[in-house]
Design a protein around this ligand. Sequence first.
Ligand code: GLA
Length: 686
Amino acid sequence: MPSPASRLCRRVLATFAVTAIALPAALLAGPGTAAATPLAPPAAPKADTALLDDGLALTPPMGFNHWNATNCRAEFNEAMIKGIADLFVTSGLKAAGYQYVNLDDCWALPQRGADGNLVPDPVRFPNGIKSVGDYVHSKGLKFGIYTSAGTKTCADEGFPGGLDHEQQDANLFASWGVDYLKYDNCNNTGTDAIQRYTKMRDALKATGRPIVYSICEWGENKPWLWAQEVGHLWRTTGDIRDTWDSLKSIIQANLPLAQHAKPGAWNDPDMLQIGNGGMTDTEYRTHFSMWAIMAAPLLIGSDLRTTTPATMEILANRDVIAVDQDRLGLQGEVISQQAGKYVVVKRLANGERAIALYNETDRAVTVSTTAKAAGLPKAPAYKVRDLWTKTTRETAGVISAMVPAHGTVLVRVGTDPRWPLYPPAVELGVATPDARALIEPGTSNPVTSVATNHGKLPGAFAKVDLRAGTGWKVKATSPATRPVLLPGKPLRTTWSVTPPAGTKPGTYPLTGTVSYYPGQGKQPSVTTATMDVVVPPPAPTGAAYLSDVPFLSATSLWGPVERDRSNGEQDPADGKPITIRGTVYAKGLGVHAPSDIEYYLGGKCTNVKAVVGVDDEVGDHGSVTFEVWADEKKVAESGPLTNASPAHSLTADVAGATVIRLAVTDGGDGQSYDHADWADLKITCA
Ligand code: GLA
């Protein structure tokens, strides 16, 4: 028997609309600044000289930089840099295109020498910098260095910066054989950024040595509007961290800048964290896929000397690298974005399109597009190559896949007269692509899989299989095979899924496969897909504060949803007491719009009450709208509220709802400073 809990519930992040990619300036500047950064960045500035058109960095630079691996720690030294150069050669990374071996901060002593020159740290670099550069060059690689367009670099130790020493430092770098300079932004004395970065550009030029010039002012002065004339690449965001939240927000910030990238002038969403251990391999594959489709520099930021085979496999994926390095030099454009599902398309020099189906959400969802939407010419069918699974299929036009949570499917699609030679593309998904199956332990729950042939040709002897973890029972209750899987005639199979009694709340994967024969005498083709089912937490009972009840899901733009405190900044538990127009509330939730919080009620509750408003911590900023949804129905809405609005009382009838969703939208005017409070948030249940 289907239980009420097994009904499919509405999608998360429904309010995360296309406009959501305009992030607060604070997000771009990095942590700790949400409430302190001015709202409007300076008006579009202009550099005063001709285009930087010197034939350098015609494709995004590829290489290594030690910063993400070691920061300023002692492991950053000559042995490391030489070891990386060796590995580039022996591991095949050099052959795959990685070229630059770059030093970041902490290579110098805190004081300049008597002649005013920067002095290499003799402990880290006992033979000086030139010798390590020579070593890198001896391997047929290029060598890079770092300093800051300020009085000191960024490290706490305070190494000397290049401000007002531009020509002397550029000359020194050139004399050491430097091929790449990363020029940071710390301790800049408030001097105009364009002036500072242009001065170093001219100094580098005056050395006569070709030096790739990487501007690192964190996107603070909208460098995408002026830096094409100054450097070869420019950071667009604050520093990347080795976390999913950081990766996600950097992708959000960098995607909308596509139009500003071109050969010799690249948006730089920062260096790679792949292999540093803070994310899963699925997330690291997203990192690499999205950097490639965004034509971002690929600077490895993990210590390759101790790397895992999985990391190496990601970094050495030549199909993905080819997307990044495509000589047309276009950054992929978002052609659709809805509820955390992105389709990004990059036109390639041979007429094909790279397409990323990127799932930013916390569970597996279907992400789809078509060859037509991707800008491909009309054709009977197209060739689709999956750049991670390395399979090649034919499609009549639909490009669609079940993408795991935080995952990316990256394909290369084009016309090809030999398309009939490839097996048809068959997708495996769940019946309602935007929904998540809620499953009750110890009882049978129905889940429907759908195998769809997107090809032009039929697939023979199609067979679907679905598996779950140990102790789970999965059984088909309708046919799971079909002699001929025709295009446009999906095979739907209902399964009885029984998690063991006592299974803890959480998201659990079901692994599905569909196998089929593309033609006489051939091997079967197989499509694998992971679908997520959710064992919900227990529903609340009696009268409860929702800040004491476990979430079914929770998202907030800036930092996590905070319980019994305001949003604060990006770190967990860094909020203040919830305060709206001077009134402090002991209980409630603090979020940053856009935010969605779901609770499992199992049909057992009747109403929700809250006092809502913009938190006082944002001063005279912020405007948001609060909504309460009971399953598919909106049952309460606050209307737009600003920091100046009085606290608003919200009551919602949620009788019979399986799931409620508390949503905060940005009020339609951008997300900056949208710190929102669900104060005194109470639910009444049976
Ligand atoms: C800044 C930069 C980083 C790194 C550090 C070094 O934070 O943005 O990429 O270079 O400085 O101190």
